[in-house]
Design a protein around this ligand. Structure first.
Ligand code: ADP
Length: 483
């Protein structure tokens, strides 16, 4: 498949601040995880340049929030149209810097664009309220106003979608934004900025600062002009950002780590359960926060499920994301491969058995074999920590209550999945699972109309859906005497 961009001007190697493209003497190298090749170098902004971006967003705020919602909506819609028009180039950038197979990258761009379309529509539907007051002489009027300048910090695993899911609602609400994309994947973010500029998003409304998170992060969390931090990434970094933001009492949205359990009951449809698991586990080579991390399978279906799953997993084609038919790309870096290796080694040392895969892939580099383990038990690292790789650990269970207890035995609560047919069981189990999202007979749960987010230490707030806009709006109440 062709790697060259149809529109080479989408490959940007400068940061985007106040409507201008800026470079720095020091640079950050961006590599292709599949080949190790150097793709580009982008600027390393320092704290002072980050401050300048925040001040630009602050200056742009009054005019942007004052625009009629319908105008903001039209501009966001133009951004959606341009992202859709350039979907193939954006997908190429994603494959190059992130490694996922090209068809998945196209899927990500469609998903990313859907948030711009959705929030362009929602922008027009922001509405307040009028309430009965305790006194006859008074009216209570509730207005919704943009929070103000927002800082967004995004991860590498969905380099486009994690940005539009934040920028779409922020800009729709009338907020302005400074975005810091992940060091591994700034090129997609900068291409989105180029398209934002072409869409007519005014200077300062959407800024992209590239560089070292330890330099940029404290300025984003510490600057009092920033009123909101919206973050997707690890729970560890989320905790740090929450602590730093406490000094200036910022509003926060946190999409953090997961440890998604999958419960497969005896009455599940075998094919549906296997396909559902493949969809949630092996997408992006297991590198998604809602990826199945541990799979509890009831006695009666366990062996048939394990056999069928192992056959499907053995058939997954591993390779470079641009190669025809490839379904599994590389992991993002050597640390990611080392973590997968250590989780598998720990499981084997404690009695698990490899049913499929279980090693680095013969291609070398950052490739790991799609893997299925059986005989896994609670306490193994592979069930306690997020593996973030192509490994399915199967845990056998007999009683529903045990499966629920094990599923909930974690500090995380992002996604959970269950496969069953009995309606009472589905309702009972879905109600008992401590998760923000429950997939029932499906492994695909993310879309722009549904509220995405977690409970417990998986996060705060929701993205997408009618609820996602509220995260970028404040209520102002007018106590109107004599009205
Ligand atoms: P991952 O393990 O998936 O890379 P991280 O939480 O480390 O997840 O990274 C997610 C985002 O958080 C990235 O944009 C990264 O640059 C940023 N980040 C990492 N450390 C910090 C920090 N100390 N302050 C601010 N941002 C950070």
């Amino acid at each position: 498949m062709r790697r060259e961009l149809d529109d080479p001007s989408l490959l940007k190697t400068a940061a985007y601040v106040d409507g201008t493209w800026i470079t720095t003497a020091g640079t950050l190298a961006v590599h292709n995880p599949s080949t190790g090749d150097l793709l580009a170098e982008v600027p390393l902004l320092d704290a002072a340049q980050t401050t300048a971006a925040i001040e630009a967003a602050h200056r742009a705020l009054p005019a942007w929030r004052a625009r009629p919602a319908k105008e903001r909506s039209r501009i966001l819609r133009r951004w959606f149209d341009l992202v859709t028009e350039h979907a193939e180039d954006l997908a190429r950038l994603i494959v190059l810097e992130e490694g996922k197979p090209y068809p998945e990258a196209v899927g990500e761009v469609v998903y990313a664009a859907s948030f711009l379309e959705w929030f362009a529509e929602e922008a027009k539907r922001i509405r307040g309220d009028v309430m009965e007051a305790p006194e006859a002489s008074r009216r209570i009027v509730v207005l919704k106003e943009p929070v103000g300048v927002c800082a967004a910090i995004t991860p590498w695993n969905f380099p486009a979608a994690m940005i539009t899911r934040k920028a779409g609602p922020a800009l729709a609400a009338g907020c302005t934004m400074v975005l810091k994309p992940a060091e591994q994947t700034p090129l997609t973010a900068l291409a989105l900025a180029e398209l934002a500029e072409r869409a007519g998003i005014p200077a300062g409304v959407f800024n992209v600062v590239t560089g070292d998170p330890r330099e940029i992060g404290p300025e984003l969390t510490g600057n009092p002009l920033v009123r909101k931090i919206t973050f997707t990434g690890s729970t560890e970094v989320g905790r740090l950002l929450l602590a730093q933001s406490a000094q200036t009492v910022k509003k926060t949205s946190m999409e953090l780590g997961g440890n998604a359990p999958v419960l497969v009951f005896d009455d599940a449809d075998l094919d549906e359960a296997v396909e559902g698991l493949i969809a949630t586990k092996y997408r992006n080579t297991g590198q998604a926060c809602i990826s199945a991390n541990r799979v509890y399978v009831q006695d009666g279906i366990h062996d048939a499920f394990a056999k069928k799953l192992a056959e499907r997993v053995a058939a997954l084609a591993v390779g470079d994301g641009f190669d025809e038919g490839v379904q599994q790309g590389p992991l993002i870096d050597e640390n990611a491969v080392a973590k997968v290796e250590s989780h598998v080694a720990d499981a084997l040392a404690h009695g698990a058995v490899v049913l499929q895969g279980g090693r680095r892939h013969a291609r070398g580099g950052l490739f790991y074999e799609p893997t299925v383990l059986t005989g896994v038990t609670a306490g193994m690292a592979v069930t306690r920590e997020e593996t973030f790789g192509p490994v399915t650990p199967l845990v056998r269970f007999t009683d529903e209550s045990d499966a629920i207890r094990w599923a909930n035995d974690t500090e995380f609560g992002l996604a959970a999945y269950l496969f069953a047919k009995d309606a009472e069981r589905i309702w009972r189990v879905a109600a008992a699972l401590e998760a923000g999202m429950v997939g029932i007979n499906t492994g695909l749960i993310s879309n722009e109309t549904a509220p995405f987010g977690g409970v417990k230490q998986s996060g705060i707030g929701r993205e997408g859906s009618v609820y996602g806009l509220d995260e970028f709006l404040e209520l102002k109440y007018l106590a109107w005497e004599g009205a």
